[in-house]
Ligand binder design. Structure first.
Ligand code: FE2
Ligand code: FE2
Length: 159
């Protein structure tokens, strides 16, 4: 299928998810508290990121074209992603809270073991979740509302 008709998660966001998961996958082989905390975070993040990449983030792929003032019927997929997000926003935010609790555990374990790269990693994931809640999730919803309005207007005007 034409990628433009079936947009996936924008590349840089997908790459960021991959990098976070890759770091945790390496950590998960460790014994002790650092390994336990990393395995917990990895389990929670895997399911959460899969949901984001399947149901939410593909909506953002239409943003560059929207910014150019383009409206195409195929963009309607983004409306469905935005609607899904509105219905499931509380659940995704609750998942962020659970992930954050796991990250706090990883930070404590990292500090105790003087493994400051773990603390740095955990801060990076916390910031990723904040970015989603403050910028990316709202952008998905605004994108859906904007498209809904403009595609309806386009159809009404027969353009
Ligand atoms: Fe994410
Ligand atoms: Fe997230």
């Amino acid at each position: 299928m034409d990628e433009a008709l079936n947009p996936a998660t924008p590349g840089p966001l997908h790459l960021e998810h991959l990098e976070l998961r890759h770091f945790l996958a390496k950590m998960a082989h460790e014994k002790g508290e650092t390994g336990d905390a990393a395995r917990l975070v990895a389990r929670l993040l895997d399911a959460h990121m899969h949901k984001e990449e399947t149901f939410v983030l593909p909506a953002l792929a239409v943003l560059p074209r929207l910014a150019e003032g383009r409206f195409e019927p195929a963009m309607a997929d983004a409306i469905a992603h935005a609607e899904w997000l509105k219905k499931n926003l509380a659940e995704l935010v609750a998942e962020h809270r659970a992930i954050s609790a796991g990250l706090e555990r990883l930070i404590a374990a990292g500090r105790a073991a003087e493994r400051f790269e773990l603390v740095e990693f955990a801060e990076k994931v916390l910031n990723h979740a904040r970015l989603e809640e403050l910028v990316l999730y709202p952008a998905v919803i605004v994108c859906g509302e904007y498209l809904k309005h403009n595609l309806e207007t386009t159809v009404e005007l027969g353009r």
